[in-house]
Write a protein that binds this ligand. Structure first.
Ligand code: NAD
Ligand code: 6OD
Length: 494
């Protein structure tokens, strides 16, 4: 581990106006390893004074060098941010692994490269997005020219979760900065490290002070609540639980601040009898168990057409039982721990509830027996359930762990109705070799994202977001510009 990373790990500080600071709250909290349950380091908690300072720095930066920077220069700086993350790849990897306990191979292939790519893709994109123009006919015959101009929205609050900390934070910070805004990030209290390291990157490549700020802390009565209630914040982009999103929307209502919400899911996987079974099993293994089931897009409800139900359940069971739980560094590990003891208690409570509700536990359903050094970690068994009615709480509520319930179905109509019978509307994965069926069904599922014969295949130019309780708005590609910029119309009478 390099010096900068060691210091950050020991003591995660706020990053305000280009400088690291402990702030004045005097409050700290422990950063706990999910692998061992032991303390990794401390984190400074920000309260109102830290949030006020960060918002003031972000506001001032809008009229400083950042505000005057030509788009091409801003874009080049964001490329430099991505390059510097990649240059410090090992530091970011180590930090992400320490915070989350996820397998090194997963973080190395998904979290860190995507964390960097999010800066490049949006830096390139904003340079090439046209605005509209209209010629208006006027009674004098001279006409008027209307054209759209995109301006930065202003100061953006970024509230991010713990499951893909760098990836999901830069997914917001990348487009926000590309559009010329300034940001204050409140990372999850569970995963402070990579966001803190990003402050070092910003200084190294010369992003003007105040453009990127970080305040650590919790939600209620802490940095999250103070930031989202701050009157000088122009927009709030949030990823996390639906319930938290509702609370943040109440804060945003004051001053009519715009929100972008990426929230929970209870996503369906639909396996038709005409699928390629190898692909369907491998894809469902990924969508259920990747990141220990802590992916908002993950599948928690699997519907399998009756003729292949038993074969599918047997193969998913074999796959789940072959998963290797272990520390991040072990190259054989493909299932890490949950994020925290608190989350482990939540997931285990659903395992217990499933049994009370009458589920058949195909595999798992409890805590694994881990070696002594990991006994204090947040480990749970990968779990497959069957036999619950569609009304059961375990089929309705988001669990966010390595668990799915599998239900048989007999017709397309029936499975579409079951897939849509949820308050959420984030993602669905369809498994079929009949492309006509795939297109027909995809359009009828009430979600923001449908995958056919794949899962988590991401083209960053596409719209991303959820329907119903899964979110508000779309980020990704040009769609994020609706939130990250203010479109104004200039009307010129000729
Ligand atoms: P969470 O809602 O508990 O926390 C998310 C962030 O909100 C954290 O930084 C937290 O400190 C902050 N927060 C909490 N209360 C707050 C308040 N009152 N005011 C301001 N900020 C507050 O979510 P989590 O447990 O970190 O993440 C898991 C959840 O996120 C799951 O529900 C998952 O589905 C969802 N998620 C959704 C997406 C998506 O893109 N749709 C992506 C990842 C995670
Ligand atoms: O890939 C992304 O851009 C994205 N927003 C993924 C979300 C994963 C949810 O846990």
């Amino acid at each position: 581990m390099k010096d900068g990373l060691i210091a950050t790990t020991r003591e995660a500080m706020h990053f305000i106006d280009g400088a690291f600071t402990a702030g004045s709250s005097g409050r700290i909290f422990d950063n706990i390893s999910p692998v061992t349950g032991k303390k990794i380091g401390i984190v400074h908690e920000g309260l109102k004074p830290e949030v006020d300072a960060a918002v003031a720095a972000a506001r001032a930066a809008l009229t400083g060098p950042w505000g005057h920077m030509p788009m091409a220069e801003r874009s080049a700086l964001l490329h430099a941010v991505a390059d510097e993350i990649n240059r410090r790849f090992e530091d970011f990897l180590e930090a992400e692994i320490l915070d989350t306990g996820k397998p090194r191979s997963l973080a190395a292939h998904v979290d860190i490269p995507r964390g960097a790519a999010n800066f490049k893709i949006f830096a390139d994109l904003v340079k090439n997005v046209p605005t509209e123009s209209f010629m208006l006919e006027t009674p004098d015959g001279a006409g008027a020219l209307n054209y759209g101009v995109r301006k930065p929205k202003g100061v953006i609050a970024v509230i991010s979760p713990w499951n893909l900390p760098l990836l999901l934070m830069t997914w917001k910070v990348g487009p926000a900065l590309a559009c010329g805004n300034t940001v204050i990030v409140k990372p999850s209290e569970e995963t402070p490290l990579t966001t803190t390291l990003l402050g070092e990157v910003m200084n190294t490549v010369g992003v003007p002070k105040g453009v990127f700020n970080v305040v650590h802390g919790f939600g209620p009565d802490s940095a999250g609540a103070y930031l989202t209630a701050h009157p000088d914040v122009d927009g709030i982009t949030f990823t996390g639980e639906t319930r938290t999103g509702e609370i943040i929307m109440q804060s945003a209502a004051k001053g009519l601040r715009q929100v972008s919400m990426e929230c929970g899911g209870k996503n369906a996987g639909i396996v038709f009898a005409d699928c390629d079974m190898d692909k369907a099993v491998a894809g469902t293994m990924q969508s259920v168990f990747s990141n220990c089931g802590q992916v908002c897009l993950g599948t928690e409800r699997v519907y399998v057409e009756r003729p292949v139900f038993d074969a599918f359940v047997a193969r998913l069971k074999a796959g789940a039982e072959a998963l290797k739980l272990g520390p991040s560094e072990d190259p054989e590990t493909n299932l890490g721990p949950l994020i925290s003891e608190e989350h482990k208690r939540k997931v285990l409570s659903y395992y217990a509830l499933a049994k009370e509700e009458g589920a058949t536990v195909i595999t798992g359903g409890g805590e694994p027996d881990m070696p002594d050094e990991m006994k204090g970690g947040a480990w749970v068994q990968p779990t497959i359930l069957t036999g619950l009615p569609e009304t059961a709480r375990c089929v309705k509520e988001e669990i966010f762990g390595p668990v799915c319930h599998i239900t048989p179905f007999d017709s397309e109509e029936e499975v579409i109705a079951m897939a849509n019978d949820t308050d959420y509307g984030l993602a669905t994965a369809l498994w079929t070799e009949d492309l006509t069926r795939a297109h027909r069904v995809a359009r009828r599922i009430d979600v923001g994202l449908v995958w056919v014969n794949s899962w988590f295949l991401r083209d960053l130019r596409t719209a991303f977001g959820g329907a119903k309780h899964s979110g508000i708005g779309r980020e990704g590609g040009v769609h994020g510009l609706e939130f990250y910029s203010e479109l104004s119309n200039v009307c010129v009478k000729l």
